[in-house]
Design a protein around this ligand. Structure first.
Ligand code: FES
Ligand SMILES: [Fe+2]
Length: 443
């Protein structure tokens, strides 16, 4: 322990405005994360919509562990380590549908519930192979908001306790009714935390995404809740749908156009957070809405949005109040590696994982989720880009974010850089993340 402390500073080396750089760069720190973080946390493996039918499965990889998520009955989804009990061959890969889990080495076979179905020439072992020993082993599995979570620590606290207060804050959002609009995965040339933190604050919007300022005021506050962190629109901001105060632009008398322009920009440059119904509601605001105070405009927009959702059949979380939405803020970081931006009928979500043992590389998933009328969901298409630059469909906003990442990872290696200095007002989700992380890894 002394050795570790001398390498990485104390756990309390993190302050609200100070994060030592070692955790982003050091192979030793990555090795400690592998040993002490990833096997002990609840993490998202997939969504339930990925395993709708009995026999549907998804494999989830984190560093060198592989886990099979499989639907075993109408009401049950189970998780198993992806390892044959004979000599360890991985049982499957990717995603698909099967009636048995089958090892392609010597043909041992399991039922979907993990019980052994066949051992070729089983009599060779006499009585040495008992069914309970051959049962596939699994991590803990639990569900929230349509997400499937696993935890390799079988003594871990229950998922809902771990997530607290996230599940309470979002209890009326009906996340379980969201479906993938698109699903893209790429390898980013930076530490998994550098990638995640690009989406853990909105302080960068005024520089990295300056084009958004004419349609949105951008200052934020941020907060921490136990392991988790979040940020919210600053109370000093102009209301949603107006130009940022930074630009000294006048607020027009009729704000319908500028408010609708935000929705148009999000659809053009991100294709996430703003649902198609929301976009259509914003268009209707311009063509059929009435000029009025900005509050009138937002009320009309809300009415159009709920009306469109109900008419189209995709539904709306009717229990969700404006006060709850305000309290929920803009963006949450669920420890350790999940960030999401919620809307009543859509979500943009991220998951970052280390790419093997390399602290300079990570696997990054981007998920755009939306509510659909039953039966209108698009088929799930998982796009994978080994290099993010090889895909030209990220949209302007994610392209701007990704462009920073290698520069951050490499810039931090300079002998002229010792520690990050996150904003204690706008970037508390980041400092809190590192405080929690160091508790796991060094504590
Ligand atoms: S390793 Fe699986 S059957 Fe031999
Ligand atoms: Fe960004």
């Amino acid at each position: 322990m002394t050795h570790v402390e001398s390498d990485f500073g104390s756990i309390h080396g993190v302050r609200d405005d100070y994060v030592p750089k070692d955790s982003y760069l050091s192979r030793e720190f990555a090795a400690l994360e592998k040993e002490k973080l990833w096997p002990r946390v609840w993490q998202i493996a997939c969504r339930l919509e990925e395993v709708p039918k009995i026999g549907d499965y998804v494999t989830f990889e984190v560093i060198d562990e592989s886990i099979i998520i499989v639907r075993t009955s109408e009401t049950e989804v189970k998780a198993f380590y992806n390892a044959c009990q004979h000599r360890g061959r991985k049982l499957t890969e990717g995603c698909g549908h099967t009636v048995k889990l089958f090892c392609r080495y010597h043909g041992w076979r399991w039922n979907l519930d993990g019980s052994v179905d066949e051992v070729i020439d089983r009599e060779d072992w006499g009585n040495a192979l008992q069914d309970p020993d051959l049962q596939l082993k699994g991590p803990l599995i639990d569900f929230w908001g349509g997400w499937v979570f696993i935890n390799m620590d079988r003594t871990a606290q229950p998922l809902l306790d771990y997530l607290s207060p996230v599940a309470e804050v979002f209890k009326n959002y009906e996340f379980e009714k969201l479906r993938y609009r698109w699903y893209k995965t790429t390898i980013l040339p930076c530490n998994w935390k550098v990638a995640l933190e690009a989406f853990d604050e909105a302080y960068h919007v005024q520089t990295t995404h300056r084009q958004i300022l004419p349609v949105n005021d951008d200052a934020t506050g941020s907060d921490s809740f136990g392991k988790h962190g979040m940020f919210f629109s600053s109370p000093e901001n102009r209301p949603f749908g107006l130009p940022s105060r930074r630009l000294n632009m006048p607020v027009p008398n009729d704000t319908r156009g500028v408010t609708a322009a935000f929705f148009e920009m999000m659809e053009r440059d991100l294709k996430a957070i703003v649902s198609i119904n929301a976009l259509n509601a914003a268009r209707k605001l311009v063509t059929e809405g009435k000029p009025g105070t900005h509050m009138d405009v937002l009320t009309q927009l809300g009415g159009f949005q709920v009306g469109a959702a109900l008419a189209e059949g995709s539904g709306w979380p009717m229990e969700l109040s404006p006060a709850e939405m305000l309290k929920a803020g803009l963006d949450w970081h669920v420890f350790p590696n999940h960030v999401f931006l919620p809307a009543p009928d859509a979500m943009l979500a991220y998951r970052a994982r280390p790419n093997g043992d390399d602290p300079d590389s990570c696997i990054f998933d981007v998920w755009s989720l939306m509510r659909y009328a039953p039966g209108a969901e698009p088929p799930i298409k998982r796009e994978f880009y080994p290099k993010w630059q090889e895909h030209d469909g990220w949209g302007l906003i994610l392209t701007q974010d990704f462009n920073n990442l290698a520069e951050v990872q490499n810039g931090m290696k300079s002998r002229g850089f010792q520690a990050a200095r996150p904003s204690p007002v706008q970037e508390r989700a980041i400092s809190n993340f590192h405080r929690t992380l160091r508790n796991y890894v060094l504590g």
